[in-house]
Design a binder for this molecule. Sequence first.
Ligand SMILES: [Zn+2]
Ligand SMILES: [Zn+2]
Length: 364
Amino acid sequence: MPVPPEVSGTMSHEAGPAGTRAGEPGGPPARALVVSAPGDVSLEPRDRPVPGPDEVLIRPAAVGLCGTDLDILAGRIDPAYVRYPLVLGHEWSGTVLAGGNGSLAPGTRVVAEGIVPCGHCGPCRAGQTNLCETYDEMGFTRDGAAAGYAVVGETLVHPLAGPVSMADGALVEPASVVYRGLSAISVKPGRRALVVGDGTVALLAVALLGLWSPAEIVMLGRRPAQAALAATAGTARFETDPGAAGGGYDLVVEAAGTTGAVLTALAAARRGGTVLLLGLPPHGATAALPVDDLVNNDLTIRASFGYTSDAWRDVVRLLNAGRLGLGFLVTHRFPLAEWEAALGTLRDPDPAAPRGKVLLTLDG
Ligand SMILES: [Zn+2]
Ligand SMILES: [Zn+2]
């Protein structure tokens, strides 16, 4: 179990004299979406931080919301992985305001890794930054980016190329989660793949699987309204009935985050196949497994947590090279002031309309 650090962040603050704008040095506070405790969320003023020597001050432009944010709000996250109060927002892109020792000019459009690895523990040294022994992540154990300012360690910042949109950038975080999982298993070209789930992670799994040239990708979802998004992502078929989706898949990606979906995924793999678990059921959820089937079917089961720095670098490289597009997944945008409507869209999607990524926008 990761050990949460005693303190988060190294930022200090400066006062804002009258006559300056939010975002300028010494400017007035900007608003941040703060979760004080489970069930207690509001917009609060936050001063402009001063970045430390190896930190970058960034103005967030787009912040994606996901089911994990709802879990943070509801207090459903394993307490070892969250510390209140916190500013929400772990999927985001923005523009450099200051800092970075000159390597990142003000105005540079960037994304930033949210997991803050210590850099010297065994897993960090082995490149497994997702398993750092001191778990620390923006939007979980330290402030996230649904705010006027974000401060990030310089080594975690990745510049975006000109054509890459802020919406693309806001999806790098969940895309890196999926990419890391797919990279951890040996996907061979020409294979048949099933993705269980129809949310953003599932849709990203379809889009990223395309990099490994599968023969076919089928999505097993629950909401028919997601079919068009699934097709855009690259599915050959979208099914809502497990029987219609069938079985015998070389690779099954579980991206729904329910124990039922895990059992469905295990049953849909062919003998000798691989099942990748990306979804995150509520803390403490358990499932009864048909263990003899797992053995008889010679299954490889792989679970994957978070992302590594390597995964981020690869995803940003693919985006910047034009080999990957992610922004098509954004179906809803709300200004920060309309955060309640954004969370409502996430919590209770219109069953008749497609719902991909819900973004908060912070421009202007
Ligand atoms: Zn997320
Ligand atoms: Zn570490």
